[in-house]
Design a protein around this ligand. Structure first.
Ligand SMILES: Nc1ncnc2c1ncn2[C@@H]1O[C@H](COP(=O)(O)OP(=O)(O)OP(=O)(O)O)[C@@H](O)[C@H]1O
Ligand SMILES: [Mg+2]
Length: 489
């Protein structure tokens, strides 16, 4: 079976849990093997007609105990698996969110948010099955046949060899199809990401779509995306079913060959019926972990394709960082003395190394108490000036200064605390108007809210509603005032 090396490295912290989980799985298999060996003895005794109820009492009791023990061990393995998987998920989410925060709004502005969202939410969820079940089961599936084989070989070497050969074969078969499986599930992941991204776009831009009468066209695009997802999902299922079928063929083939050959040898007096019976019974256990692994294989492949999306986010380099000094010696001392003065010195900036710069050799100084109006056509670079001030991006050339200091020497937290922005496209979060107003200052008092509401043109919205400021706002918000306005202080 194939394993994604990088995905494995994510499990480094919980490797002991996975190993313990596998050991419990092995114990469950051992209980199963013992139960079947006892069953074989009982069957042979009954077939030969020399069994009485008394002589079978103890074997039956032992069998019952083994059945209960195995069920308990399986339950234990299941519980441990889920626990391990949720630990990995929590850690992974923390790492991903931390990295996403470090990447900042600049990064997500230039990538498709819907796709990233899929990886952050659904993608991580897919890994649960991988770490919790697939991985421990894989260890069991690789080890159990070997251990059982040793036990079998003690009873009858040749039948054991047949089983071992087929067991190893079934373990190898899926590898031959791995590329095919992987391609299919990558295609499905891309289709899923595309549908997610366009769906999010459509929901957020619903008003625009309606206003321009484009909702039908968008609907058709979404339908096409959904059909594509359906097609690729069927592709994944077909690849999985084919791999599964071949594995099952190996399992059944192994049992059939062992039975046929064993029967001939019993007829020839070469093998004892009891030995054949035990070995055949054990054959069921040799393949059980493999059968379970086949069922989990689909989850494994899906997890591996989700991992690609997750790694894509993790590998995106963080371009805007806190100053070195701040990270090395803790946060830099709060510069209360930072003068509310902004200066751009020969700043040039092009997005994605574009050929036409958004800003070219821009210089200006805005002193305390001054107001500056920037006027220009759409795409002139007005917003870019504000984003550079907030360090969503760093300029490719030139320096942006606040209070005389290069903004790259001020911690991001301090910098962003000192700049307020009212964007063209205001986002209202789900919650009350008051909740939304509090984003500017979480500790604002009621009196301060009432003072701020008219400034944000929110007083009428709230006045018309019986709950006033506790009115719930929806998702994508109303348009705010045009043009960005920055206020230092
Ligand atoms: N995230 C981005 N990725 C790539 N290009 C971008 C990005 N943001 C802006 N641009 C490009 O940079 C240029 C300047 O854009 P900017 O948003 O600063 O203009 P603007 O003056 O604010 O326009 P508007 O009046 O429409 O708000 C434009 O050509 C725009 O297409
Ligand atoms: Mg703008």
């Amino acid at each position: 079976m194939y394993l994604h090396p990088r995905l494995l490295s994510l499990a480094a912290d919980v490797r002991w849990r996975i190993i313990i989980s596998a050991v419990v799985g092995m114990l469950a298999t051992a209980a199963g093997v013992a139960r079947l060996a006892v069953a074989a003895v009982i069957i042979v005794e009954v077939v030969r007609g020399n069994a009485t109820f008394e002589s079978l009492t103890w074997p039956l009791v032992i069998m019952a105990v083994l059945i209960v023990a195995r069920a308990y061990l399986q339950y234990l393995q299941e519980v441990m698996s889920h626990h391990t998987a949720s630990l990995v998920k929590v850690k992974l989410r923390e790492r991903l969110y931390e990295h996403s925060l470090a990447l900042g709004p600049g990064h997500f502005d230039s990538s498709r948010t819907g796709d990233a969202l899929m990886s952050l939410a659904e993608g991580v969820e897919r890994l649960e099955a991988f770490f919790g079940r697939y991985l421990p089961q894989m260890i069991v599936a690789a080890l159990a046949p070997v251990v059982i084989f040793i036990f079998m070989a003690l009873i009858d070497f040749r039948t054991g060899l047949v089983f071992l050969a087929f067991a190893l074969l079934t373990l190898v078969i899926p590898n031959l199809f791995h590329r095919w499986n992987r391609e299919r599930s990558m295609a499905r992941r891309d289709a899923y990401g595309a549908l997610g991204a366009d769906f999010l776009d459509a929901v957020q831009g619903l008003a625009t779509l309606k206003a321009f009468g484009q909702s039908r066209d968008r609907g058709e695009l979404l339908a096409e995306r959904a059909r594509n997802l359906f097609r690729t999902t069927m592709g994944v299922l077909a690849a999985n079913a084919a791999t599964g079928a071949l594995t099952i063929l190996g399992i059944t083939g192994g049992a059939a060959v062992a039975l046929g050959w064993g029967a001939v040898r019993v007829a020839d007096g070469d093998l004892e019926l009891r030995a054949l019976m035990i070995v055949l019974m054990l054959g069921v256990e040799v393949f059980r972990p493999l059968r379970e692994l086949v069922q989990l294989y689909h989850d494994g492949v899906m997890a591996m394709s989700s991992a690609e999306g997750i790694f894509a986010i993790m590998d995106s380099p963080v371009t805007v960082r806190d100053p070195e000094r701040a990270t090395a010696n803790g946060p830099a001392p709060a510069s209360t003395a930072l003068k509310p003065e902004i200066a751009f010195e020969n700043v040039s900036h092009a997005y994605n190394e574009g050929r036409r710069p958004a800003l070219h050799d821009l210089s200006f100084t805005l002193h305390e108490g001054e107001t500056l109006g920037l006027v220009g056509p759409s795409g002139a670079g007005k917003s870019t000036i504000v984003w550079l001030m907030l360090r969503f991006f760093d300029p490719q050339e030139g320096v942006v200064r606040m209070g005389g200091r290069d903004v790259r020497d001020i911690t991001l937290e301090e910098l962003r605390e000192r700049v307020s922005v009212v964007t063209q496209d205001t986002y209202l979060f789900h919650g009350t108007v008051a909740d939304n107003l509090r984003f500017g200052n979480p500790r604002a008092t009621q009196a301060e809210l009432e003072e701020a509401a008219p400034a944000a043109h929110q007083h009428r919205l709230a006045d018309n509603h019986p709950q006033r400021d506790e009115t719930e706002g929806g998702g994508r918000g109303v348009g705010g005032c045009g043009g960005p306005e920055a206020r230092d202080g």
